[in-house]
Design a protein around this ligand. Structure first.
Ligand SMILES: Cc1cc2nc3c(=O)[nH]c(=O)nc-3n(C[C@H](O)[C@H](O)[C@H](O)COP(=O)(O)O)c2cc1C
Length: 204
């Protein structure tokens, strides 16, 4: 039997269980000072190679959306599960202008197309420029951004897709925990289901 529930604030993180990717978003402010913080509401929006786009949803109080509004740019960095501690460190509430990467002991490399840097220790990076800003509520700001560059650690490129998924070992986010922390980490079993299912385009 299914039961409808009353929808509360943060229904997607608190009331139902949904898996999200773990990323660290890097931005710079108008003065060029780096900011880094974990973001999981980061969802591919357009899959076309002509206009690849990503959607990023933020609480409008955080520094990340302030910097993105000021500069129009951000980088999505995907850490492996061995960096969960460092990810958590970048999630602390430091004052505006503080570079969380220094506290997390993570290093930066320049991006190819945008001012915010990439995080060296992460595995994949999306360099983004804002195309559209949406305010679905008073406390939420959502960016749809053009992806202007995608880079991946070279060592993963020669692996099969299956090996790459295992080797990248990307953690998953399940929302805030009751004690005030966050629930994220690796799912310890990886299985491939129905790998031979293909779309039936030919029949149409
Ligand atoms: C794994 C993880 C994922 C998070 N995802 C989001 C998110 O998608 N949107 C959001 O507004 N806050 C998210 N947060 C909370 C912010 O990272 C946190 O409030 C942070 O301090 C914001 O930093 P900033 O002010 O430097 O942007 C997440 C936290 C963690 C630990």
């Amino acid at each position: 039997m299914k039961k409808s529930i009353d929808i509360e604030l943060l229904w997607h993180l608190d009331q139902i269980v949904l898996p999200f990717p773990v990323t660290i978003i890097t931005t710079v402010d108008k003065e060029g000072r780096i900011n880094a913080a974990p973001y999981s509401l980061v969802i591919p929006f357009c899959a076309s190679p002509e206009t690849p786009q990503i959607l990023l949803s933020c609480n409008s109080h955080w520094h990340t959306p302030h910097n993105i509004e000021a500069t129009g740019e951000f980088v999505v960095n995907y850490p492996g599960a061995e960096l969960c501690r460092e990810v958590a460190e970048t999630g602390r509430f430091y004052p505006q202008g503080v570079n969380e990467l220094e506290y997390a002991k993570l290093s930066v490399i320049p991006s190819n197309k945008v001012k915010p840097p990439r995080i060296k220790e992460c595995r994949e990076h999306l360099e983004c420029r804002v195309a559209q800003t949406i305010r679905p509520s008073k406390t939420q700001i959502t960016f749809v951004a053009d992806i202007v560059d995608i880079s991946i650690d070279e060592k993963f490129l020669n692996l099969s897709r299956d090996e790459r998924i295992r080797e990248m070992n990307l953690p998953v986010y399940f929302g805030p925990s009751k004690g005030g922390g966050s629930t994220f980490g690796i799912i310890d079993e990886y299985k491939v289901f129905s790998p031979d299912i293909k779309p039936d385009f030919e029949k149409k």
